[in-house]
Design a protein around this ligand. Structure first.
Ligand code: ASP
Ligand code: MG
Length: 463
């Protein structure tokens, strides 16, 4: 059993739908038990969300947005030149779907407000349409394919916009729904992105959530692997816009991939891998536009421990420092600092404390820095008055660079190579943290030097 997912750019227009159908046919010759997950056509989810906001604020332009979407889908279907019966059935299904979307938009316009649940209902239409188109294209080629709406079996909580699936219920329902189809030799073409609460209210798994849908399905159907077809040759060793020499990483562990995602690489959302980790299901990232390329395998135990796999970058950060000689004697400064930040709901990406205990540094998104500094100054008012804490301040326009790879901590010389590479070009490192995890070494540099720093570090390991 294999699950394959195709992203929005992979089904960008009629030619691409045909190309995806080619790929599916080729793979299916070797993997007859196959399920496919599909995203909305590129840009459609954005347009649906825009439409919802237009309707809510009483902008009659929502109708034109919807009509443009309908026209785009009609054009795509026309260009597919399907057999007349298939084309007629598909047009009818799409007409009904657009009718439903219009009804939701009208309700939103009447209420003058877009609830998170209405937004999910709207945002999820794109997948329903693309799945129907892809199933029709496959049927026109003689593949017995059927579009399946995942809200019938992806059971989630009611955190609309970013719902969490209930793995076991989803597994049970997905099996009840899909195994009979598979037994009959039918290829299910499943909508990505969407689910429903136990009461049947439509939800979405968050932007980019179709990857998650695919791994959920892989889990539910005990797939031997999940292949995610996208528009790049796999996971890269650095952002190719910054490092032209960046390469595809052949193998990564789940943890390495999650670490990269956490530190800003556009890999997979960390949640995506969760369903696969338990059952050790490998996830493979492949390029729809370059299917000869083997892509990246994300597996439980990759080869190449102790190697730097990737250098990632997150910009737009601030480095907050709490500093003072008297901190040594004051208990709980760290705890109070982080409790204060947590109380503001601000995410800390990296922490370091000097062993002399004279300062604590941590990195947060720049937008939150003024609030955080203000709250900390208030929280430590007494310590500041007593001069136990001398200053609390933010350094803006910094970036976090993370060097990611399993076993880095146990491998001598990695840090030295990183710092030599930066020293040679006089880039100043503002703060360092080696995670207690052995999976990364992260450092903070000025944003203006960050891209050069990434290039230098990448060259030190991949040069
Ligand atoms: N269509 C959804 C989005 O644009 C889900 C996905 O593409 O994975 O976020
Ligand atoms: Mg997408």
């Amino acid at each position: 059993m294999l699950v394959m997912k195709f992203g929005g750019t992979s089904v960008g227009d009629a030619t691409r739908f045909q190309h995806v159908a080619d790929l599916i046919e080729r793979v299916r010759a070797r993997h007859p038990r196959l399920a496919v997950v599909v995203s909305a056509i590129a840009g459609v989810t954005d347009a649906l969300i825009r439409l919802g906001h237009q309707a809510a604020r009483g902008d009659p332009g929502w109708a034109a947005t919807l009509e443009a979407l309908a026209a785009q889908h009609r054009r795509t279907v026309d260009a597919l030149a399907l057999p007349p019966a298939e084309a007629a059935a598909l047009e009818e299904a799409l007409r009904a779907g657009f009718g439903q979307a219009e009804a939701v938009a009208r309700a939103v316009a009447a209420l003058g407000e877009l609830s998170p649940s209405a937004l999910d209902r709207l945002a999820g239409f794109g997948e329903r349409w693309s799945a129907r188109i892809l199933a029709a294209v496959l049927r026109a080629r003689g593949v017995s394919a059927e579009a399946v709406d995942a809200d019938a079996f992806v059971v989630t909580d009611d955190r609309f916009g970013e719902a969490s699936p209930d793995l076991e219920r989803t597994r049970e329902r997905a099996r009840a729904h899909l195994l009979p189809l598979l037994e009959r030799g039918v290829l299910p073409v499943v909508t990505g992105f969407i689910g429903a609460t136990p009461e049947g209210r439509p939800t979405t798994l968050g932007r980019g959530g179709s990857d998650f849908s695919a791994t959920l399905l892989g889990y539910a159907l005990d797939a031997e692997a999940v292949w995610i077809w996208t528009d790049v040759d796999g996971v890269m060793s650095a952002d190719p816009r910054i490092v032209p020499e960046a390469r595809t990483i052949p193998e990564l562990s789940y943890i390495e991939a999650a670490e990269m995602a956490y530190f800003g690489a556009k890999v997979l959302h960390p949640r995506t891998l969760l369903p696969c980790i338990d059952r050790r299901i490998p996830v493979r990232i492949r390029n729809t536009f370059n299917p000869q390329h083997p892509g990246t395998w994300i597996v439980p135990e990759p080869r190449g421990n102790g190697q730097v796999k990737a250098v990632t970058l997150i910009k737009g950060m601030s480095l907050i420092t709490v500093e003072g000689r008297g901190m040594l004697g004051v208990p709980g400064v760290a705890a109070r600092t982080f409790a204060t930040v947590a109380g503001l709901g601000v995410n800390i990406l990296m922490i370091s404390q000097s062993s002399s205990e004279q300062n604590i540094c941590f990195v947060i998104p720049a937008a939150a820095a003024p609030r955080v500094v203000q709250a900390l100054r208030a929280a430590f008012e007494r310590e500041i008055a007593r001069r136990d804490i001398e200053d609390i301040w933010a350094m803006d326009r910094v970036a976090i660079i993370a060097v990611v790879g399993a076993g880095l901590r146990a491998t001598p010389g990695i840090a030295a190579r990183v710092f030599n590479a930066l020293g040679a070009c006089r880039i100043n490192v503002l703060s360092i943290a080696q995670g207690s995890s052995e999976y990364n070494l992260s450092l903070v540099v000025a944003e203006s030097e960050a891209e050069e720093a990434v290039r230098r570090i990448h060259a030190a390991f991949y040069g």
